[in-house]
Every structure is written in C-alpha cells, then in structure tokens.
Design a binder for this molecule. Structure first.
Ligand SMILES: Nc1ncnc2c1ncn2[C@@H]1O[C@H](COP(=O)(O)OP(=O)(O)OP(=O)(O)O)[C@@H](O)[C@H]1O
Ligand SMILES: [Mg+2]
Length: 280
C-alpha cells in the first residue's frame, strides 16, 4: 500500500498572527522528512495540524485520498492512532513503569487510567516488550519511567508510538533535550524504523546538520511559508540564509556546531559556514 499525505493550501492563524501560511506539501508513504526553521517559523503548528491537535484556518489535509481535516469521532481517533506523535519532553507518565507506558500506546481514547490498566492481554504485553527490545531498552521494562535517562525516555516514547502501529510518526524536536550521544541513538532509531517498517517519519529539527545527516528530504520553513523543499545536497548556504535569515544564521550554526559530534558530515557543516569565503 502506498498512501500519500497531501497538505493543500493550509493556513493557520492565531489572532492576527499567521503561524502557517498557505503551505502545500505532498509526502509519499515511507519518506523521512526533516522540517527545519527558526524558532516561531511554524514547524510545530504544521505537525499539530497533521495529527489534528489543531485545525487549519484554511486549506485541507488528505491521507490516502481521505480528507483528514474533516474527520470526526471514531475515524478521527483512528487517524490519530495512524499518526503517532513524539515530543521533545517525551510525555511519559513518570510514576508508571516503562511497560505500562508503552502499553498506553494501544489505548489513546479510553476514559480512565485505571480502567485501562487491567485490560492489556498477554499478546499486547509481548508486543510491548518487543517494541522495547527493538529500541534496545527491554531491560528497563519494570522500572518507573521517571527514573530513566532522557535518551531512554525518548526511546520508550518511540516504543509507545510503535504500539499504535502508526503509518506516520510525527516527531516534534525529538532530540532537543538530549545530549549528542542520546540524540544520535534516537535519530538512528527513527531512521531504522523508517527504513525497516516503511513508516513515514516527519520530524521537526532545529539543527541543520541533523536534518542533513538523517533526512533525504528537507523542508525549510520561514515565517509560516515553505521556502525550501529538497535534498541535503540542494540545501546550499544561500538556501540556509533564506530559511534562517541573515541574522538567524548564527542560530542555525551554533546548533549545528553543538551537534557536529553526532557524526554528521563535517564537510556539509563547513560548506554552510557563514564565513564569506565559504558561503557561495
Ligand atoms: N496556541 C497558540 N496560540 C497563539 N499563538 C500560537 C499558538 N501556537 C503557536 N503560536 C504562534 O505561532 C507561531 C509559530 O509557532 P510554532 O510553535 O509553530 O513555531 P516553531 O517553528 O515550532 O518554533 P520553535 O522552534 O520555537 O518550536 C509563533 O509565532 C507562535 O507564537
Ligand atoms: Mg516548535
């Protein structure tokens, strides 16, 4: 099955502020897409509209031919299962054990926590352990989630997302709170899930070099508009300037520098250096 996510002419306003401005993007099933841009560019708003945490002011979103932006009731809940969300702050329940946190991925629309806790069956538990094992953290299954490191917590969040059997994973700055080593582990996990399971991954990233290292398609957003949509090779110094603005380059590069230790191609970072000699 090959389903495409189609964003058509989508605008989102908050009062007088236009957070997302007439965006049209088509994402075939199985792509790994990095969305980059300055703080306030509209990256989170765009992701949240895809999974219907918020609705567009104008325009529509389609998946596999169905209009996502019109779904109500159980079709809407099904869609929200189909596109699992991962957040910068992990959003686990810290006092519950890891296994239970992962199992919660199966039940995102039940009334109370306690009613959920005793209805997980044996197969679901096995699935949850498998998902944890896939992320190399099965040994933490009985630990309280709040006691894990940030990198481990984000992997639990990914395992929980996998329990939804999603078609799309929407990750909003999944590595922004992690040190470089854990950031690399989390990005590697997302990439292998994308490649091995064909799950589309759309991830907001602050860091230019992380997007270049992991995403074959990069979408650059500035002031709510798409100003770049292409491959890492096409993302030249001039394009970086369009995305980040002349005065925002430092933002892009200081972050790039922090995460160069991720093993991103150094040449790529150098090619984007704001130094006039290199920026051609
Ligand atoms: N719920 C909201 N109410 C009012 N304004 C909002 C709301 N959500 C976002 N905005 C505004 O919309 C614009 C885009 O915000 P958004 O969070 O999408 O940016 P972003 O690219 O994700 O930024 P960051 O990199 O800092 O996360 C900003 O000006 C923001 O203040
Ligand atoms: Mg954001």
């Amino acid at each position: 099955m090959s389903a495409t996510l189609e964003i058509r002419g989508v605008t989102r306003r908050f009062g007088k502020n236009t957070a997302v401005n007439d965006v049209s993007i088509s994402i075939p099933q199985g792509q790994m897409v990095g969305v980059i841009g300055r703080s306030g560019a509209g990256k989170s708003t765009l992701l949240r509209m895809i999974n219907r945490l918020i609705d567009p002011s104008h325009g529509s979103i389609f998946f596999d031919g169905a209009e996502v932006s019109q779904l109500r009731g159980s079709p809407l809940r099904r869609w929200q299962r189909d596109c699992a969300m991962i957040f910068q702050q992990f959003n686990l329940v810290p006092r519950l054990d890891v296994l239970t946190n992962v199992l919660l991925g199966r039940l995102n629309s039940r009334p109370t926590l306690m009613s959920m806790l005793n209805i997980f069956n044996h197969d679901e538990r096995i699935d949850a352990i498998r998902a944890l094992d896939r992320l190399d953290i099965a040994q933490t299954a009985l630990q309280r989630a709040g006691t894990l490191s940030g990198g481990q917590q984000q992997r639990v969040a990914i395992a929980r997302a996998l329990m939804q059997k999603p078609k799309i994973i929407l990750a909003d700055e999944p590595i922004a709170s992690l040190d470089p080593r854990n950031a690399q582990i989390v990005m590697d996990s997302l990439k292998s899930i994308n490649e091995q399971q064909g799950i589309t991954v759309i991830t907001n990233l602050h860091t230019l070099d992380t997007a270049r290292a992991y995403c074959r398609r990069i979408i650059g957003v500035a002031a709510g508009r798409v100003v770049f949509d292409g491959t890492p090779d096409q993302l030249t110094a001039q394009v970086a300037r369009d995305i980040y603005g002349a005065d925002g380059l430092k933002e892009a590069f200081s972050e790039a520098i922090t995460s160069t230790s991720l093993g991103a191609p150094k040449a790529a970072v150098a090619a984007l250096s704001p130094s006039p000699a290199l920026a051609s």
